[in-house]
Design a protein around this ligand. Structure first.
Ligand code: ADP
Length: 499
């Protein structure tokens, strides 16, 4: 009889030590493409574990904040080099726990690499302003100060990129962190911690607490001594996080839902727009906050575009992301699959027409996974729920429109404001759209996905709360300004009075 495979048992990382949850409770992590594959067993942490992690981060902050930023950055630089070296094995592991295809998990690791190198570079910048004083023999400058122990809560769709997007700017600026990664993708976060540790990060500077949102995430947000919270996830949870932070005046960065529109004008390069639509709507199985979930098509080309897009969607190969031929992987978990199926039913009830897909895939190779057909709803009205609410799956709503003004009104007519795009060869239309789309990100002749790490990332309205991730904008969240005046006149000088 073959010996049963013993799944790896993973641990929390607190004050430089790998620890079980103090209660001994655990949870499982399974492959969404084949749920018979148990990938690991993780500590199911609670407020006690969170408290220990926060105390560890607070204690380490006292010394980490005093390490010169270029020295902190050297550790990040070494971590980036390890990420480069291990990219392929990290990507393969990520595909087994998250489901997206290998090309995309490689991209996810690459995002972590890019962010880590970028923030390593910031170690020798972290610029403030030095400016003349209005008084003689007096200097005036402003410097970025770290905040303290930061709580980071991340989702499962970018298992390594999003933790890196939050950790690297926090760390280079002199903060310490406690990360609560998504319960569906705890391995990728663990690997990132192993890599930072190998790169030489001191004990206590980074702390990892696995577990469920309400049991581990909520006490982390509420934790005494947590200086700031950065959260990426659903709008519903983001609201709870925001309210908890408000009580203690904790700075809070929220990155939440989207209902991103692509506008296709009649003069667009249609082949290009179709490529963009397929990639934007069905890449990552539609599970990106920037996924293209509405495609607004000008009436003259609508029928042609719909038919060609449906053909392309039907031809997509759904399957296990580790297989080279697969183009669309599974949904992350059963709840997400159920949500997609419910929205497909809602769309049908609302009278939208299915142009392709519409069903769960369950036969043979799909039997043990959370697979759903890439699905297109045609002839949607902008007010339908499938055209307004975030589905987070391989479902896209096609909406016909007349003129650009109407398209802009439809695109802006949702509660979210993350990303939008327009396909046109008319520069005036492109620039009007770039000006008038009420989103944090606008693409011209590209789909709604594809953010680069050195530019600000984030959304308007109910997508965010005004902060931005990535680029130097990330440092604005993880630091606060201190203004320093140095008077070397040796006499009392009174600003605004001694004029
Ligand atoms: P998703 O729909 O992507 O799972 P969630 O907002 O539920 O979105 O989850 C995003 C992250 O927030 C996960 O790490 C999850 O465990 C965590 N989370 C869920 N509920 C809470 C909560 N009440 N407080 C803090 N974190 C939470």
């Amino acid at each position: 009889m073959a010996a049963a495979v013993v799944p790896t048992t993973f641990k929390n990382f607190i004050n430089g030590e790998w620890l079980d949850s103090h209660s001994g409770c655990t949870f499982e992590n399974r492959n969404p493409a084949d749920t018979s594959e148990l990938l690991g067993i993780f500590p199911r942490s609670d407020a006690g574990d969170v408290h220990a992690a926060v105390e560890s981060a607070r204690a380490a902050y006292n010394t980490w904040r005093l390490v010169p930023a270029p020295k902190r950055a050297e550790i990040l630089f070494r971590a980036a080099e390890i990420l480069v070296r291990r990219k392929e094995d990290l990507a393969r592991t990520m595909t087994t726990e998250m489901g997206k295809v290998l090309a995309e998990t490689r991209g996810d690791v690459q995002e972590a690499i890019d962010m880590t190198y970028y923030m390593a570079g910031e170690g020798r910048r972290l610029f403030g302003q030095t400016t003349p004083s209005e008084l003689p023999s007096k200097m005036a400058m402003s410097v970025r100060q770290p905040l303290g122990a930061c709580a980071l809560i991340t989702p499962w769709n970018f298992p390594m990129a999003i933790p890196a997007w939050k950790m690297m700017p926090a760390l280079v600026a002199g903060n310490t962190v406690v990360l609560k990664p998504a319960e569906d993708t705890p391995i990728s976060a663990t690997l990132l911690f192993e890599i930072l540790t190998e790169a030489g990060i001191p004990p206590g500077v980074i702390n990892l607490v696995h577990g469920m949102g309400p049991e581990a995430g909520a006490p982390l947000v509420a934790g005494d001594g947590v200086a700031a919270v950065s959260f990426t996830g659903s709008t519903e949870t983001g609201r709870a996080v925001s309210l908890a932070c408000a009580r203690d005046f904790k700075p809070c960065h929220l990155e939440m839902g989207g209902k991103n529109a692509m506008i296709v004008m009649a003069d667009a390069n249609l082949d290009l727009a179709l490529d963009g639509a397929v990639w934007g709507a069905f890449g990552t199985t539609g599970q990106r906050c920037t996924a293209t979930s509405r495609i607004l098509v000008q009436k003259h080309i609508y029928d042609d575009f719909r038919d060609r897009l449906a053909e392309r969607a039907k031809a997509l190969r759904v399957g296990n992301g580790l297989e080279a031929s697969t183009e669309v992987g599974p949904l992350i978990n059963e709840a997400q699959l159920q949500k997609v199926m419910e929205y497909v039913q809602i769309g049908r009830n609302e009278g939208a027409k299915i142009a392709s897909g519409g069903s769960r895939l369950q036969k043979a190779a799909f039997a043990n996974g959370w697979f759903h057909e890439p699905t297109i709803f045609a002839d949607c009205a902008p007010g339908m729920r499938i055209a307004r609410e975030e589905i987070f799956g391989p479902v896209v709503a096609l909406i016909p429109f007349g003129a650009l003004d109407e398209a802009l009104e439809i695109a802006n007519g949702v509660v979210y404001g993350l990303s939008a795009s327009i396909y046109t060869r008319d520069v005036n239309q492109a620039l009007r759209a770039a000006r008038d789309l009420q989103t944090g990100i606008v693409y011209v002749n590209a789909p709604t996905i594809g953010a680069e790490t050195h530019l600000p990332f984030g959304g308007t309205k109910q997508t965010g709360n005004g902060h931005r991730e990535a680029g130097s904008a990330a440092l604005d969240f993880y630091t606060e300004w201190k203004t320093i005046y140095m008077d070397y006149s040796d006499r009392l000088q009174r600003a605004q009075i001694d004029t």
